[in-house]
Design a protein around this ligand. Sequence first.
Ligand SMILES: Cc1cc2nc3c(=O)[nH]c(=O)nc-3n(C[C@H](O)[C@H](O)[C@H](O)COP(=O)(O)OP(=O)(O)OC[C@H]3O[C@@H](n4cnc5c(N)ncnc54)[C@H](O)[C@@H]3O)c2cc1C
Length: 317
Amino acid sequence: MPEPHAFQLQPAQRQALTERFGTQVCFHCPVAPYTTVGIGGPADILLVARDAAELGDMVSACWQMSLPTLILGNGSNVLVSDKGIRGACIINHANRIDVIEDPAQPGLHTCIYAESGALLARVARVAESHQLGTFEWAEGIPGTVGGAVIGNAGAFGGELAGNFVSATILQPGEEPRVWLPEEMQFSYRSSLFKSSDIKAVVLSATFRLKKAAPDEIHHKMVENADKRRMKQPAARSIGSIFKNPENEYAGRLINQLNLKGTRIGDAEISQQHANIFINVGQATAEDFIRLMEFARQQVLEHYGIQLEPEILLIGDW
Ligand SMILES: Cc1cc2nc3c(=O)[nH]c(=O)nc-3n(C[C@H](O)[C@H](O)[C@H](O)COP(=O)(O)OP(=O)(O)OC[C@H]3O[C@@H](n4cnc5c(N)ncnc54)[C@H](O)[C@@H]3O)c2cc1C
């Protein structure tokens, strides 16, 4: 479990944030509406950034005030504690997308620039509408560009690292800087920033795609959407709960123990996919944690395999 923050918002900090960010900041606001599973208590400070410049300003202001600071994209890979988030939580709605010239091949418009709050699936749609292929893997992933860069999101044999050209990243006390692939340490569903405690915020990213026939792109997008519909529940969830152990599938192990449909409170192991837990009503983070613990124990007892969470536990536990 993450360490709880001992944090007390000072009246002067509250005033400074209100003066600077006006209606974009609120205090003691629930985080649940900003997550795909609809779970999470209040953040002491909740800020909503509308573009990459505002995101940079907000993060810098919070860092300057030494506030514990967390960025949320679409909240599709996180379980936020019922007690909420101490310090500041910045919701990233910076979502500009442009098709741009390829820096390596001027004149060829085969790159996409996206602010980090743009939904990955929207990038895939923009690519399709410009007859740019190789981004079809992103169809249906409910995360933002920023979250996908941090976690090297991927599906159906593709992953973000395969399209990545660069990202503009802000770190405390520095100017935003352009990061290249070799610095990012991408690995399976991870990057330097996921595998370390380095503080950084992705402001935007650029991806390289390939010209392709519209029918071909459309066919792949539809195929991927269909596969998702068949395998994934439509209910509110956080995607895959546990990492797949080596040469195994977490979902297969849980399924073999007939745990599909098991419910604690309003958290349920999906009937459609045993490694996806869903919120069937008013589930709490506590319900999810207890259900995860139950599944983990059962798998350990029966197979001697220790399942590790794929999702990130965030906030004050
Ligand atoms: C139904 C469903 C299906 C899914 N399918 C897939 C799939 O096929 N493949 C896959 O890879 N994932 C999948 N996921 C998981 C999830 O969508 C991805 O991990 C996604 O990349 C997370 O992006 P996000 O914007 O929601 O990140 P969040 O959940 O908001 O945040 C995740 C982490 O990234 C950090 N972060 C977010 N934005 C920034 C930023 N701009 N700068 C710095 N840090 C940032 C957050 O602080 C947090 O630590 C699925 C999830 C769901 C609910």
